[in-house]
Design a protein around this ligand. Structure first.
Ligand code: HEC
Length: 179
């Protein structure tokens, strides 16, 4: 075997965890499991988000599939991957999770509800969706003559934003931002 190559390979492996080249950075066990769960969800969010950015054809089935997967990964399915004190050097989870467990759990449960709503709203493409790059849910109650959306008449875009905001709320409080 080529000695030079081996040396380089070993060098690479040695620096991997420190540089955290992949987000996973060599995590194992339950930390890896929850990272995988999160990444699965991110992949779905990306696909759906491409629709609302106009980069992909509207596809209600895709939205429903994404919503189902995310729902499956919510609530207990998520929180059970965060047993008390499960931190290692790869984790981005903050210890405050276990001090504020109830709040953490509520965010995971809220995700179940929001994923169901997205599933239910998948066919409701809405009419003025394209306009809203600045999808502001707060404040302005939208276009002239359009009634503010009630939960039953939510558009898929609104439901998706609410779901994605919930991901961010949890991350802001409970996940270390690694740059
Ligand atoms: C209840 C809180 C909570 C919710 C809700 C949540 N996350 Fe996370 N997420 C975390 C925590 C905590 C971590 C850090 C886990 C670790 O590193 O051990 C994380 C990590 C991640 C990561 C990085 C995974 C990696 O490989 O390091 C991604 C991507 C992610 N979340 C996406 C999402 C998406 C998308 C959603 C919404 C659909 C979501 N998360 C909802 C708490 C949450």
């Amino acid at each position: 075997m080529n000695k030079h190559f081996v040396a380089i390979a070993i060098g690479l492996i040695a620096t991997l965890p420190a540089q955290n080249l992949s987000a996973h950075g060599g995590a194992t066990g339950i930390v890896k499991e929850r990272m995988d769960l999160m990444v699965d969800m991110k992949d779905e969010v990306k696909k759906v988000s491409a629709i609302f950015k106009g980069q992909r054809e509207y596809d209600a089935d895709l939205i429903r599939r994404a919503a189902s997967l995310i729902e499956k990964h919510s609530g207990d399915a998520m929180t059970k991957l965060f047993p008390q004190g499960s931190l290692d050097k790869h984790t981005e989870a903050k210890p405050v999770i276990w001090e504020e467990w109830q709040r953490f759990q509520e965010l995971a449960d809220e995700q179940t509800r929001l994923a169901k709503q997205l599933h239910a709203a998948a066919d409701n493409q809405g009419q003025d969706e394209e306009e809203s790059d600045n999808a502001s849910m707060m404040g302005t109650s939208s276009m002239m003559g359009t009634a503010p959306a009630e939960s039953g008449t939510q558009t898929a875009g609104q439901a998706f934003k609410a779901l994605a905001d919930n991901c961010s709320s949890c991350h802001e409080r409970f996940r270390i931002e690694k740059k």
